[in-house]
Design a protein around this ligand. Structure first.
Ligand code: URC
Length: 292
């Protein structure tokens, strides 16, 4: 029997980076969480502790901040590609890099040039993988919380001896959307692509009459693929944030779908991917990414 080192990667996770860009009195901020992971010829450090090929995670962290100073961060996809390509091209032992970036949303406080409010916890995300000369970009959105107060039903499910759920013909549908989409092709305008995809996801959630969250998930992915040729595949993870109508019969009150208990757990977790059958090969795009 032989014991061998399996797949591995290492890096600095969750570097918190904030930049302030000044155009006279008008400031713009960018608030990112950047994680870098490197792969390559790293057997020595694992087997003998020889670190000659280990670009320190501390150096990786410093590189993130230095790159933010040396040129404008720009779109998170471009920043992640710059970092990933730098690590792979400058370190002989490093053959691959994964850079994850979450962008935290801030809105300008009306009438003020340098004050901001974090009105939502929603994040724009990217996961860039570099392997030698090749690169893949998977971007997305996280913690995009949506709710519709009608236009959602759930019925027709199996009734076994453990089933107590009542059939619903008009229920609240609420979820926190995590979506990742894999890009294909070149020359993509990351900012406008993100804005359009986000708009399509929201518009479809709102407009699609839902017979299940699964149906809504598919429709959201399908809408993106129908409109956006630069997207090969969409993966969605959508917890069903249950809202249960409170039974008020004990108080002699009838609750006509007006008062709800918003349960935080357990929650249904609906996950799925929607893809075009002629999509470019995924290559290493999803390698080691959390499934959704
Ligand atoms: O949209 C839904 N999908 C389910 O699979 C499910 N299961 C459940 O209890 N409620 C719901 N709602």
């Amino acid at each position: 029997m032989a014991i061998v080192l399996g797949p591995n990667q290492y890096g600095k996770a969750e570097n918190r980076l904030v930049t302030v860009t000044r155009d006279g009195a008008v400031h713009t901020i960018k608030d990112l969480t950047v994680s870098t992971s490197l792969r390559g010829d790293l057997t020595d450090t694992h087997l003998t502790g020889d670190n000659a090929k280990v670009l320190a995670t501390d150096t990786q962290k410093n590189t993130v901040y230095a790159f933010a100073k040396e040129s404008p961060v720009g779109e998170i996809e471009d920043f992640a590609l710059r970092l990933g390509r730098h690590f792979v091209s400058s370190q002989e032992a490093i053959s691959g890099a994964r850079v994850l970036i979450d962008e935290h949303a801030w809105q300008r406080i009306e009438g003020n040039d340098h004050s901001f409010v974090q009105g939502t916890n929603e994040k724009r995300t990217t996961a860039v993988t570099v392997e030698g000369e090749r690169a893949w970009v998977v971007s997305g959105v996280r913690d995009m919380v949506v709710l519709k107060s009608t236009g959602s039903e759930f019925h027709g499910f199996p009734q076994d001896k453990y089933t107590t759920l009542k059939e619903a013909y008009d229920r609240i549908l609420a979820t926190s959307v995590t979506a990742r989409w894999r890009y294909q092709g070149d020359g993509i305008d990351w900012a406008s692509s993100f804005a359009e995809i986000r708009r399509l996801l929201l518009a479809t959630f709102a407009a699609k009459h839902s017979l299940s969250l699964q149906q809504t998930l598919y429709a959201m992915g399908e809408a993106v693929l129908l409109e956006r040729p630069e997207v090969a595949e969409v993966r969605l993870s959508m917890p069903n944030k249950h809202h249960f109508a409170v039974d008020m019969s004990a108080f002699g009150l009838e609750n006509d779908n007006e008062v709800f208990y918003a349960a935080d757990r357990p929650y249904g977790l609906i996950e799925g991917s929607v893809l075009r059958d002629d999509a470019e090969d995924a290559g290493s795009a999803w390698h080691t990414l959390p499934a959704f």
